[in-house]
Design a protein. Structure first.
Lengths: 175, 183
């Protein structure tokens, strides 16, 4: 872990505002984007992101630098809060059903823009866990081990899920 | 895994992220406000006031030290001049009479009128420990009784030692005188 980040974490542990400010500046957007993979509404996602930081700062004493990074630690908190927020809602309200069968009938896109538009729509139809997996892997550049810390799923099953997603989207991602 | 497919997926996720609006300007302030509610006694709250209070600590400590010092000095034994010091004749108990020996020239016990007072003798009355403390000490009896008793005891022991020294010096003097006299 970077020395500066460690010092800021220690400062936050002592209740010093500069510690909190540094961590929110560095990870605020990251946490927000993670939550938005589960909660599409931006305002709701921001509120859950706030919850994540409040909870993280409240439990900062439990963060163990030797077991992982602050990024994966707060990611885990944000992921759990986001999933708890959507549990209890009807699946059709959240589009939790994976409905990508239409892709089988889809013709291959004829342009780059068309490709990404269709890909975006397809990713919207993925389950939140699958969407989050794609986001952490391809946007954050996390390894499967790091994603495992965030989503509390073993790396093996994550690799299988990732392969399955790629197969579903193959028509859109194969050039 | 196919690197080309990885690039396409990476580009797609970046495009999606760009569509998510930025955090609101008061995001951090809202988090801090919620933290203060859950941790009202933390340094987060009233940081300016806390800092000012901390600056006063050395001043308070110095003032406390001055007060303690004044208290100690107030109840320190007052060093009196020789004229102010009391006479031994004020002692309620009579001085012991030196033991008379046959043929020994005795002299009258040295009284306080003749003997200069030791400046270390500081009590008002050379008597049994006084529970009332020192003269001028208007402090609580409970506070100074112990100290006064100690000083009284020391004074009494000092007087006793002085008297014993007088007796021994008289005896020695008497022996010398007797030794010089023709047999």
């Amino acid at each position: 872990m970077e020395d500066l980040e460690q010092r800021m974490i220690d400062a936050a542990r002592r209740g010093q505002p500069e510690g909190y400010t540094y961590l929110m500046t560095r990870y605020g957007r990251r946490v927000h984007l993670l939550v938005s993979q589960v909660i599409p509404d931006a305002r709701d996602a921001e509120e859950v992101a706030q919850d994540a930081f409040v909870r993280a700062f409240d439990r900062l004493d439990t963060f163990d630098e030797g077991r992982g990074t602050f990024a994966t630690w707060i990611g885990r908190i944000a992921w759990n809060l986001a999933m708890n927020a959507v549990r209890g809602r009807k699946p059709e309200e959240l589009d939790l059903l994976d409905n990508l069968d239409y892709l089988d009938e889809l013709e291959e896109p004829d342009s780059e823009a068309g490709r990404f538009t269709l890909l975006d729509e397809a990713i919207d139809r993925l389950r939140p866990e699958e969407r989050t997996l794609l986001h952490l892997r391809y946007y954050n550049g996390m390894s499967l081990a790091q994603i495992s810390e965030v989503m509390d799923v073993a790396a093996g099953p994550l690799a299988s899920r990732l392969q399955r997603i790629r197969q579903k989207l193959s028509k859109l991602i194969q050039l | 895994m196919n690197k080309q497919e990885d690039r396409v997926l990476r580009a797609a996720m970046e495009r999606r992220a760009a569509k998510v609006p930025a955090l609101s300007d008061d995001f951090q302030a809202n988090v801090m406000a919620r933290l203060r509610k859950t941790h009202p006694s933390s340094p987060l709250k009233g940081r300016g006031k806390l800092r000012r209070w901390w600056l006063m600590v050395p001043a308070i400590g110095a003032a406390a030290a001055v007060v303690v010092g004044l208290f100690i000095l107030k109840h320190e034994p007052k060093i009196r001049t020789i004229d102010e010091q009391p006479q031994i004749a004020e002692m309620p108990t009579p001085a012991p009479v030196p033991k008379q020996e046959e043929g020994v020239v005795t002299s009258t016990p040295i009284t306080a009128e003749v003997k200069p007072q030791d400046v270390s003798s500081k009590k008002t009355v050379h008597s049994a420990p006084s529970p009332t403390g020192r003269a001028g000490g208007g402090s609580s009896e409970e506070d100074v009784a112990g100290v006064s008793d100690l000083y009284a005891t020391i004074d009494a022991m000092t007087d006793q030692a002085l008297r014993e020294a007088e007796r021994l010096s008289i005896e020695t003097l008497s022996r010398n005188v007797a030794a010089e006299q023709p047999s």
